[in-house]
Design a protein around this ligand. Structure first.
Ligand code: GLA
Length: 420
């Protein structure tokens, strides 16, 4: 609700009270009619409030290929740019508690830089997000060998994953919500995967500051699929010296999947209780990240682990909540996926200069990847990543943005105050 706006006594609508209407309402009965009219118009405008979508060009690759982009924006100041290279979120502007807008995701200013990137900034990761041990798996007694790109293992789709290919921007539509749809056809055998995989990535933004990313896929042969979005969130953006290590994080997971030294899950589901992996209550990320007594943190050089989300089924539910005390930004992540990889940006070692030449360092940003469990194709006790012809794979990720100051940020219904 904008500053100075008061709640209408007759129907609690927030449009009442601006421009002196409140005093008229209080003193003269006939003005009640005007107030009701004002409420009605307010409701009408709420009902038709739309977000804007436009098609644009992001840049050109060094081989001359043009990279298109879709930009979705709403009246609050949220603006997301998704480009055809990797169906990647290239920028995401969001206001802080004072209404100051900053880009809250890491990445690059030019498309070409994304081609050389090995951090997967903002990218759509697939066909299989995360790791497959030794790049091998068996399906219907056929053995498949995938491209390996991470210490002899397969990571995020292989040498040329979905984040490095050009997608087609199918449609861009303003509305409530504004929607941009991308598609990609992954040929049979690409990076070693069986089956032609037809993939869509749909990004939508509404006026309540909800950004939804939905991946769907279908195949013509039995295969495996696990697609996710690899954004580096820097909720402290715009405040000098803000560190993502100060962000408080809540992950609704009582268990996680411990890994070996190469970050391949052992197959165990371990309780987070009494460990640095217990984020059931909001806790600053940096509080335990340097706990060298925890072998798992040593393996990951920090957090780089899959959390087994509580209540995992098929319905969308809240998985994580991140709050930046410096800027007041709040990000809630909802998913129907069983797992959430939380990666604390441990491989950002100041060798990569990103947007505006900024050297990215450990602690700059946090990554959350809703997904099936890593190495699921080789772990009988993990939910299967198998996709058969005639079935639709789907992964829906919802990012809800708000701040701890409702005055400068139109909130989603019933925002919760940060608990720390
Ligand atoms: C994922 C992995 C990390 C790392 C990053 C990219 O999140 O789990 O180990 O490879 O991608 O740098």
């Amino acid at each position: 609700m904008p500053a100075g706006t008061r709640t209408c006594p007759c129907c609690s609508c927030a449009t009442f009270g601006t421009g002196g209407a409140e005093s008229r309402h209080a003193s003269v009965v006939s003005y009640a009619f005007l107030a009701l009219l004002s409420c009605g118009l307010g409701l009408l405008s709420t009902a038709t409030m739309a977000a804007d979508a436009r098609r644009t060009t992001f840049g050109t690759l060094s081989n001359g290929t043009s990279v298109e982009a879709a930009e979705l924006s709403n009246a609050t100041g949220i603006k997301v740019r998704i480009m055809t290279l990797g169906a990647s979120i290239q920028s995401l502007l969001a206001p802080d508690r004072r209404g100051h807008i900053a880009d809250i995701v890491l990445g690059f200013d030019s498309a070409q830089e994304y081609l050389q990137d090995n951090h997967y900034f903002g990218g759509t990761v697939g066909r299989f997000a995360n790791r497959i041990s030794k790049g091998r798996f068996t399906l219907d007694s056929h053995s498949f060998v995938l491209a390996t790109n991470d210490h002899g293992n397969h990571l995020h789709g292989g040498k040329v994953g979905f984040n490095k290919v050009l997608w087609i921007l199918r449609s861009v539509k303003s509305g409530a919500p504004a929607i941009a749809t991308f598609s990609y056809v992954s040929p049979d055998g690409e990076e070693g995967y069986p089956g032609t995989l037809r993939v869509t990535a749909t990004f939508s933004l509404d006026d309540k500051n909800t950004l939804q990313v939905e991946y769907t896929a279908s195949t013509d042969r039995p295969t495996i699929v696990n697609i996710s979005s690899h954004n580096y969130f820097q909720l402290g953006a715009g405040v000098a010296g803000a560190s993502a290590m100060d962000d408080t994080l809540q992950i609704l997971a009582s268990r996680y999947t411990p890994v070996d030294a190469q970050l391949i899950p052992t197959g165990e589901l371990r309780s987070v209780s009494g460990t640095p992996f217990d984020f059931l209550q909001p806790t600053a990320v940096g509080q335990r990240v340097r706990d060298g007594n925890d072998l798992q943190l040593r393996f990951g050089r920090g957090y780089d682990h899959n959390f087994a989300l509580d209540g995992a089924g098929t319905a969308l539910r809240e998985a994580a909540r991140i709050y930046s005390p410096g800027t007041g930004r709040i990000l809630e992540i909802l998913t129907a996926a069983p797992g959430l990889q939380f990666y604390s940006g441990n491989f950002l070692d100041s060798t990569t200069a990103g947007k505006q030449g900024a050297l990215y360092r450990e602690g700059d940003a946090l990554v959350f990847e809703p997904q099936l469990f890593p190495d699921a194709p080789n772990k009988a006790n993990f939910r299967s990543a198998r996709l058969d012809p005639g079935r639709i794979y789907r992964n829906t990720i919802v990012y809800r943005f708000s701040t701890d100051n409702p005055v400068n940020f139109r909130q989603d219904a019933n925002p919760r105050e940060p608990t720390n």
